[in-house]
Design a protein around this ligand. Structure first.
Ligand code: AMP
Length: 354
């Protein structure tokens, strides 16, 4: 079991001017590596056999270490290889999924950008909901029992990768029938949630503890199969509509109406403030709140990702918002490296690395 003190001891042994920014070769690694290099860091990608080619092809990695299975990253000897390089690991979606929040918290001695405690809060649905409610956000209604279903609901399952198995229902009978037909190992753990109709916005925020500042860096909408394809069929399949699914297949760039920006910034700030109360020092660095904007221009938040999200890959060269803030190409990956650089210069790495 790795304690926070042990990680801080490892960090204290690092040479501040010889840090290596490291990440797992997947998800948002290209922009993390490029951003690190743009900020003057050495960088390193940990790749699974067969995936190195992408990072070689784009020429963004100074060094590539190859492993057979992602779990090998947790081996003590492998971690030592990272530590001798003064490596700071940048977590992303695949990193957290492959290694699990618990293992990262308990077994990873390599310093990690951001607050590790956050991984548990975002991956546990009950804690996540408590956090968002604590932030004062409007959340989709949840029904504790199928008898209560009185509107269109989305039935979700824990850990359902890409929303697989999710289904829509409008009544208890429809719920029961669809649940029975579902081919899923753990059907008992469902969440029944009001299906909110509106425009989805996934704002990409960054919170800097060094400057105590929240930044809106960019925004996207996820493109999902087959739900986004169904919209094109419309009336053609009215009486035999296939069950919608929500498997992410891509990301679309989006900007919000300018008059919505105050609300979007407020959502980010309230989530940061609540995180500081719930798990001090709270959120550090990039995060995304998944929202739906209704026709009353109200935002309903249904999820939070407390790390860099894949939608930021649209903006390796910056977004309209990051351009206003920085006037130079500022991806989320590069923003992480900038925070590390500022912290190293201030001799305050322990404020952003845990
Ligand atoms: P999730 O697994 O919670 O990220 O949900 C996957 C996808 O389902 C989202 O990207 C949305 O398109 C859709 N979705 C999730 N929750 C809701 C909701 N309460 N109302 C409408 N759509 C939702």
């Amino acid at each position: 079991m790795i304690t926070p003190d042990e990680i801080q001891r490892v960090l204290a042994g690092y040479a501040n001017h010889e840090l290596t920014v490291a990440t797992v070769g997947s998800h948002t690694a290209l922009q993390i590596l490029k951003g690190a290099r743009d900020e003057g860091f050495r960088n390193l990608a940990v790749c699974r056999h067969g995936t190195e080619q992408v990072y070689q092809q784009f020429g963004v990695a100074d060094e590539i270490l190859t492993i057979g299975r992602y779990q090998e990253l947790m081996d003590g000897t492998f971690q030592q290889q990272l530590i001798v390089r003064n490596a700071i690991l940048i977590p992303h979606g695949s990193f957290v999924e492959y290694l699990s929040p618990r293992r990262i918290e308990n077994e990873l001695a390599v310093p990690l950008f951001g607050n590790r405690a956050v991984l548990e809060w975002e991956s546990d649905r009950v804690k996540e909901r408590a956090w968002l409610l604590n932030a004062g956000l409007r959340l989709p209604l949840e029904f504790t029992s199928p008898e209560e279903i009185d509107r269109l609901v989305l039935v979700k399952f824990p850990g359902a990768k890409g929303g697989r198995g999710y289904f829509l229902a409008s009544s208890e009978a429809e719920f029961a029938q669809k649940l029975e037909n579902l081919n899923l190992s753990d059907k008992a753990q469902f969440t029944i949630q009001e299906f909110v109709i509106g425009t989805r916005f996934y704002p990409h925020y960054f919170y800097s503890p060094l400057q105590d500042r929240l930044e809106l860096l960019s925004m996207d909408i996820r493109y999902e199969s087959n739900i986004d394809g169904l919209a094109r069929l419309g009336a053609l399949v009215q009486d035999r509509t296939p069950e919608p699914s929500f498997v992410v297949t891509g990301n679309l760039p989006v900007v919000a109406r300018e008059s919505l920006l105050p609300k979007i910034l407020e959502i980010g700030q309230s989530v940061v403030t609540a995180s500081q109360e719930l798990f001090s020092p709270g959120l550090i660095g990039p995060f995304c709140v998944e929202t739906i904007c209704t026709d009353e221009l109200d935002f309903v938040a249904f999820e939070i990702s407390a790390r860099i999200v894949a939608g930021t890959n649209l903006y390796i060269n910056g977004s309209p918002y990051s351009h206003l803030l920085y006037n130079e190409p500022m991806s989320t990956g590069r923003r992480i490296a900038r925070e590390l650089k500022d912290a190293a210069e201030l001799d305050a790495l322990e404020r952003v690395v845990y």
